[in-house]
Design a binder for this molecule. Structure first.
Ligand SMILES: NC(=O)c1ccc[n+]([C@@H]2O[C@H](COP(=O)([O-])OP(=O)(O)OC[C@H]3O[C@@H](n4cnc5c(N)ncnc54)[C@H](OP(=O)(O)O)[C@@H]3O)[C@@H](O)[C@H]2O)c1
Length: 264
């Protein structure tokens, strides 16, 4: 795929993987739509992307709020006829034991990571079909492939994305809709800092695993390469990706490791 002049809508573009994707795609002279709640941060990303030759539109969006999603979509489609690539990236992680976590916190994680992504996809999909095709990129997680302590709702929301978008891909293949499912391992971003605890408050800690993770710009390059090659399902990360293979081929080892792991 040649990205030049392609319209690419990225959620969670104000930080981490989303910001890195925006900066990387900017050098292909793309038309970027940058979404999230932090407009100040998005405007900064916009400025940096425009310096690299992209055309940018900042559109405020709260993934937990259907009205905000509909409003954002209306705004986008007054500026653009369609979207070539939608990147469902915005999300929050969790650091809490299930037994201590009120259902409202679980719902917040699902509203952000799952329902937000599918609500936005439903806004964009008819336009893609009308245009003759499009590409949806979904940022799930390795914990969308297996479970991990302190991440019950997070892991479940990422599993849900995999089931939903695998099914959507199968349904929409005749309409030339591509889906790239991305399962990152540990990427060095603020995900653990922004994760919510049992009270729904910010965890506020940069986990050691996160700090030693793959740099976000390296992750972004790998995602963009996968989109260019129209890959259906990719893992991005380092040694932690082995857990995916243990879960599948050596489940006994996975069960032992997952219940003995000291989670952070
Ligand atoms: N970093 C990792 O190791 C890792 C591993 C696996 C998967 N992932 C996934 O990668 C994606 C990006 O995370 P990251 O690592 O880049 O973390 P991050 O730096 O915390 O970025 C999260 C992004 O999501 C946006 N977001 C959060 N809640 C939102 C809401 N209610 N509405 C709209 N946007 C919202 C934030 O934007 P605003 O604050 O501006 O709203 C922010 O731009 C997430 O889906 C995450 O689950 C990350």
């Amino acid at each position: 795929m040649n990205f030049q002049n392609k319209t690419i809508w990225i959620t969670g573009a104000s930080s981490g993987i989303g910001e890195a994707l925006a900066l990387e795609w900017a050098s292909y002279k793309t038309k970027l739509i940058l979404s999230g709640r932090n407009i100040e941060k998005l405007n900064l990303v916009k400025k940096n992307c425009e310096q690299k030759g992209a055309h940018c539109l900042v559109v405020s969006l709260d993934l937990t709020d259907q009205k905000s999603i509909t409003k954002a979509s209306k705004e986008v489609f007054t500026h653009h006829k369609s979207v070539d690539i939608l990147v469902n990236n915005g999300g929050i992680s969790q650091r809490s034991m299930a037994i201590e976590t009120p259902i409202e916190v679980d719902r917040k994680v699902f509203d952000t990571n799952f329902f937000g992504a599918i609500a936005l996809t439903k806004e964009v999909l008819p336009k893609m079909v009308k245009k003759g095709g499009g590409h949806i990129v979904v940022i799930s997680s390795v914990v969308g492939k297996f479970g991990f302590p302190l991440r019950t709702a997070y892991s479940a929301s990422k599993h849900a994305l995999q089931g939903y978008f695998d099914s959507l891909r199968a349904e929409m293949t005749p309409d030339n809709i591509k889906v790239t499912m991305v399962s990152p391992g540990r990427i060095y971003t603020n995900i653990s800092v922004n994760a919510i605890d049992k009270d729904g408050a910010k965890h506020g800690v940069m986990d050691t695993g996160q700090a030693n993770g793959m740099p976000a710009d390296v992750c972004a390059k790998k995602i963009i390469r996968a989109v260019r090659k129209k890959k259906k399902d990719i893992l991005v990360g380092r040694l932690e990706l082995l857990m995916v293979f243990f879960r599948k081929y050596l489940p006994v080892l996975y069960y032992r490791m997952a219940s003995n792991v000291k989670p952070t």
